[in-house]
Ligand binder design. Structure first.
Ligand SMILES: Nc1ncnc2c1ncn2[C@@H]1O[C@H](COP(=O)(O)OP(=O)(O)OP(=O)(O)O)[C@@H](O)[C@H]1O
Ligand SMILES: Nc1ncnc2c1ncn2[C@@H]1O[C@H](COP(=O)(O)OP(=O)(O)OP(=O)(O)O)[C@@H](O)[C@H]1O
Ligand SMILES: [Mg+2]
Ligand SMILES: [Mg+2]
Lengths: 256, 256
C-alpha cells in the first residue's frame, strides 16, 4: 500500500527541498522503494540529485501535466538503489495559467499518479513556496502533508494559514489527507529563538511534531552543490543521521 | 525624483523581507522619506514592522488593487519618522486569478503609484518568492531591482532565470527598469560555501554586486518577533550596521 507524502510550506527557504531529497534518500537506504517528485519550477530537487538539464528537458512533470504523458515516461533512476525521481524545470512556471479554465484542474496530478502502476512504497513530492496550483495538486494527490518549519519567527507566522488550507483541501477535494507531522528544521541549540520556537510549536501541536529534529548543519547545504543527497555526501554528518532518524520515525510511528 | 525599488527573488528565504524592512528603515534614518510596500500575501513585512492585524484588514494592498482605492488610504505611519508602510495580508493570495482576464493587469500597481502624489524619496516593494502576478506588477512599477542572494548553492541556481525575467519585463513592459544590484545575504565568513558563492558572484557580476555584505546575524532574525526593524531593536548589531551601510551605498553610489 503506497504512501504519498507532500513536503509543503508557503514560507520560503524552510528546508522543503532539503527534506524531500534527504527523506527520500533515507527511505531508499532503508530499502523502501521510493519516488521523489519535483513539483517546483526552481527544479532544486532535480539539480540537488544531480539530474542533468538536457535529460530534464526531454521529460519532466510539466510535459506529463500538459500533454497527459504517463508519469513512467519521465521517471529516471538515481545513484541510490530503490530511489527514482520525476524531475522538473522552469517550464513549470507557466502551468497555472494554462489550466485556469479546466474543470478538475486540481486533480491533474492525482489522475496521473493513479495511472502509475509501479510498486513504490513511498512517493515524496517537493512543493514550491506558495499555495498555488502545483501545491494544491500535490495535496489533492497525497495521503500525508509533512511541514518543514524553520525555527524562526516568520516561519511560525504562516503555519496557521497552511494548516487551514490543508483542512479546506481535505474537506473539499481529498478526505483522506492527514497531517503527517511538523518537522523542526535548521535547529540551533545555541540560539534562544530556535529554542523558543521549538518549545512553542511542541507545546501547541504536541505529538503532531516529529520527535526527530533537523539541526542546522553546513554539510546539508553543501551536498546539493555536488548533486548528492547527504547519505552519499557525508553519511557521518549530523544532517545525514537526523534524516535517517526521520525516515525510521515515519516508517515506524504508526501515524503515517 | 522618487526612486522605486523592488526586492525580488523567486528563491525562498533569501532575505527579501529582512532587506525590505531594514533597508527602508535605514533610508528613513538617513532622513529620506520612504514608503515600504508589502506585496507578499505572507504579510511578513507588515508584521515585522508591528502593524496590527485589525488595522491591515481595513486597508491593504489587496483592497487597493481590487477596488481601485487610492494607495494613500491604505498607507500608515510607523514608529520611525520618514517611514510609512502600505501593508498586506492573506487576502492577496487570490489576486492573481481575479485579474487573469484583465488587459494591462501587469500595470495595475504602476497606475496606482502614479496616482500617489506624496513626496517620497524612495519606495521599497517586498515581493513574494515567485515570479507571478505580484512580482511582475512590482517590477513593471519599479526603477530598480535589488536581488538578495543567500550565499548558498540553491540560491545561485535561480539567479540566471530571475535576471532573464527582468530583461523580458524591461523589453516588453518597463524600459526604465535597471538592476540596482545583487546583495549578498546571510554571509558567514567561517563557512567555505559562503566564501565560494561570494567569490563566484563577484567574479561573475563585478560592480553589479553591492560592496555591502549582509552577515548572518541572529539579531536580524530576532527583531521581527518584536515588531521592530533592526535599527530600533539593536542599533549596535552587525545586522543594523550592515543595512545602514547599504542605505548609504544606495544613496551615494550614483548607479541608483
Ligand atoms: N538543516 C539545515 N542546515 C543547514 N542548511 C540547510 C538546512 N536545511 C536546508 N538548508 C539550506 O538552506 C537553504 C534553504 O533550504 P531549501 O532550499 O531546502 O528550502 P526550501 O523550503 O525548499 O526553499 P524554497 O522555498 O525556495 O523552495 C538551502 O540553501 C539549503 O541548502
Ligand atoms: N542576515 C541574516 N542573518 C540571520 N538571519 C536572517 C538574515 N536575513 C534573514 N534572516 C532570517 O532568515 C529567514 C528568511 O529571511 P526572510 O524571511 O527575510 O527571507 P524572504 O526571502 O523574505 O523569504 P520568503 O521567500 O518566504 O519571502 C527569516 O527567518 C529571517 O529572520
Ligand atoms: Mg525548495
Ligand atoms: Mg519574504
Amino acid at each position: 500500500m503506497r504512501k504519498i507524502i507532500s513536503i509543503a510550506n508557503q514560507k520560503g527557504g524552510v528546508g522543503k527541498t532539503t527534506t524531500a531529497i534527504n527523506l527520500s534518500a533515507s527511505l531508499a537506504v532503508a530499502e523502501k522503494k521510493t519516488l521523489l517528485i519535483d513539483a517546483d519550477a526552481q527544479g532544486n530537487a532535480s539539480s540537488g540529485m544531480g539530474i542533468n538539464h538536457e535529460q530534464i528537458k526531454k521529460n519532466n512533470l510539466y510535459l506529463c501535466l500538459i500533454e497527459n504523458r504517463p508519469l513512467s515516461e519521465a521517471i529516471v533512476n538515481t545513484q541510490i538503489p530503490h530511489l527514482d525521481i520525476l524531475p522538473a524545470n522552469q517550464d513549470l512556471v507557466g502551468v497555472e495559467l494554462e489550466f485556469v479554465t479546466l474543470k478538475d484542474r486540481e486533480k491533474r496530478l492525482k489522475t496521473l499518479l493513479r495511472g502509475l502502476d509501479s510498486d513504490y512504497d513511498y512517493i515524496v513530492i517537493d512543493c514550491p513556496p506558495s499555495l498555488g496550483f502545483l501545491t494544491v495538486n500535490a495535496l489533492v494527490a497525497s495521503d500525508y502533508l509533512v511541514v518543514p518549519l524553520q525555527c524562526e519567527y516568520f516561519a511560525m507566522e504562516g503555519l496557521g494559514h497552511l494548516l487551514n488550507t490543508m483542512e479546506l483541501i481535505k474537506r473539499q477535494l481529498n478526505p483522506t489527507l492527514y497531517l503527517g507531522g511538523i518537522l523542526l528544521t535548521m535547529y540551533d541549540s545555541r540560539n534562544l529563538l530556535s529554542r523558543r520556537v521549538s518549545d512553542d510549536v511542541r507545546g501547541h501541536f504536541g505529538k503532531l511534531v516529529f520527535k526527530t529534529l533537523i539541526p542546522r548543519n553546513v554539510r546539508l547545504s553543501e551536498s546539493p552543490s555536488h548533486g548528492l543527497p547527504i547519505v552519499l555526501y557525508d553519511i557521518k554528518s549530523r544532517g545525514a543521521i537526523s534524516y535517517m532518524e526521520l525516515a525510521e520515525e515515519i516508517i515506524n510511528n504508526g501515524r503515517m
